[in-house]
Structure formats: structure tokens, C-alpha cells
Write a protein that binds this ligand. Structure first.
Ligand SMILES: C[S@@+](CC[C@H](N)C(=O)[O-])C[C@H]1O[C@@H](n2cnc3c(N)ncnc32)[C@H](O)[C@@H]1O
Length: 257
């Protein structure tokens, strides 16, 4: 089983660019608060969702395969005054004696599993950890043709953010290093440049990120093959229909006896 995780250095830089993404937060909190039992978050990362869930009283368990992400989560949780229950595991192979009323696979976590076979195994494993009547909510992006057609090695400016650890500005750019059309895997390199007050670069890191894109039709088949027999898909977090213009695919899946 091919399994490749993000570079450990990502943990330090992850929150700078994506840690502030909030489009899905209230949706996942609402679903988790209403869940009839405990909640599992797969690929909890640095706790972008885990910590608000804990703050809202949700009994959430999480895991991530990257120890550095979990260390950052622990530090953020301590600062927020909550105690996380997290472990170092991957969705293809994780084990828990608990059966969950709700399993969350938010924010492209699923795309980090890099082969179709491994994605199917991950879904099967998730299904085995659902309590009777339990649900999986999985959010991924709708693959944009540009994702595949993008010129390689052209730097694309993403944003400039303040690094709270250093007080310095960080410029985030990204380039597409490789497209593997047959396996639906795209490798990007994220470039973070930290600047001093005179705009001189004081630090520069290159971080590779590899994801496997999944079309909605394939996602439905993967869920079915993994033993889910009831599912709906939405085009966003407000229950909107999935349409050509949708950017998100939000799947809610059950395996009823
Ligand atoms: C885009 S981040 C999302 C993190 C967090 N859920 C959030 O919403 O901010 C993807 C996370 O998936 C984790 N990941 C990568 N491969 C994984 C796997 N096989 N199983 C579970 N998590 C994985 C990464 O380490 C990373 O923390």
C-alpha cells in the first residue's frame, strides 16, 4: 500500500496558509454537536477543527500520521485550555475499540491517500469503525480542469501572511511540479519566504505536497465498494446541490444493515 505523508516541516508552516480556513468550521461543529455519540476526526492535523470541537464540548477523538502536526495540535490545545485525545495513525490502518456515531474526514484529508486502492481501504476501515446508524462526512474539492492543465514550474502567488511566532511577513507561493494523469496525483511545491522589515528574505522553505484528486463519480463508486449503501453529496457546506460550478464535494455516507 503506497502511503506518503506530508513533509514533517509542514507542521510549522501549515497554519500560516490554511490554518485560518473557516468555510467548513461551523458546519462540522453543528454536525458534531448533534451527533448521537462520540466523534472521530481522521487526519486532524494541527487541530484547526479539533480544538473548536473540544471547546464546544464535543467528545472528539482524532488521529494524524504526522507527529509534528500532533505536537502543534497539543501546544495549541494547551493554550486554548482543552485536552485532546489524539494518536499517530493513518486512515488506511487505524484501529480503535470505539465505534463512532460520526466520523469526519474534512478539508481534503482523503486526497492525501495517494492510490485508489489505498483510498478504498481507508473508506472500508472508516466504515468498520462506525456505530450502527453512524455517518461519515467527507469533504474534498471538485477537481478543476486547471488542476490538470496547469503549467508546471510556474510560480503562483497565494498570499502574504503574518507569522505570529516571529512577527514577520511570510509570502506564500506555489508551483505545480508534476502531474501524474494516470494515477490522478498532483505534486505541488509550496514556497514560504519570510521577510524582515526591509523586505529581505530571511528564511525560505520549499515544501512538497502530493494529493490524489477524485471526481464525484469515482467518489460515489469508492464509497459503494467500501460498503456504504446510503449516501448524499452536496456542493458545499450549506446543503447546496453539487453542480458544475461547485468547488466542494461534501459526502454524507452510511452503511445500514
Ligand atoms: C489538509 S490537512 C487537514 C488537517 C485538518 N483536518 C484541517 O482540517 O485543518 C491534511 C492532513 O491529513 C493528514 N494525512 C496525510 N495522510 C493521511 C492518512 N493517510 N491518514 C490520515 N491523515 C493523513 C496530514 O498529515 C494532514 O495533517
Amino acid at each position: 500500500m503506497v502511503h506518503e505523508i506530508m513533509d514533517a516541516a509542514w507542521a510549522a508552516w501549515y497554519d500560516l496558509y490554511v490554518g485560518t480556513y473557516e468555510e467548513d468550521t461551523e458546519y462540522f461543529i453543528r454536525e458534531a454537536v448533534q451527533a448521537d455519540g462520540s466523534v472521530l476526526e481522521v487526519g486532524c492535523g494541527t487541530g484547526r477543527l479539533t480544538i473548536p470541537l473540544l471547546q464546544r464540548g464535543v467528545e472528539v477523538v482524532g488521529f494524524d500520521p504526522l507527529p509534528a502536526m500532533l505536537e502543534r495540535l497539543q501546544a495549541k490545545a494547551a493554550a486554548a485550555g482543552v485536552v485532546p485525545n489524539v494518536s499517530c495513525q493513518s486512515m488506511e490502518t487505524f484501529r480503535s475499540d470505539e465505534r463512532f456515531a460520526l466520523i469526519l474526514a474534512p478539508f481534503r484529508v482523503f486526497n492525501h491517500v495517494l492510490t485508489q486502492a489505498a483510498q478504498r481501504a481507508a473508506l472500508e476501515n472508516i466504515r468498520r469503525h462506525l456505530a450502527p446508524g453512524g455517518r461519515l462526512i467527507l469533504a474534498t474539492f471538485v477537481p478543476d480542469p486547471e488542476l490538470i492543465a496547469n503549467a508546471t514550474n510556474v510560480l503562483q502567488y497565494m498570499s502574504t501572511v503574518g507569522n505570529p511566532d516571529t512577527g514577520r511577513a511570510v509570502v506564500c507561493t506555489q508551483f505545480n511540479a508534476e502531474i501524474d494523469v494516470l494515477n490522478q496525483v498532483r505534486t505541488d511545491v509550496w514556497v514560504y519566504e519570510e521577510l524582515d522589515a526591509e523586505q529581505r528574505i530571511t528564511r525560505k522553505v520549499h515544501l512538497p505536497l502530493r494529493i490524489r484528486w477524485v471526481h464525484p463519480t469515482e467518489m460515489g463508486l469508492l464509497l459503494e465498494l467500501a460498503g456504504f449503501n446510503q449516501f448524499q453529496v452536496y456542493g458545499g457546506f450549506a446543503g447546496e446541490p453539487l453542480e458544475e460550478s461547485s468547488r466542494e464535494q461534501v459526502w454524507i455516507a452510511r452503511a445500514e444493515a
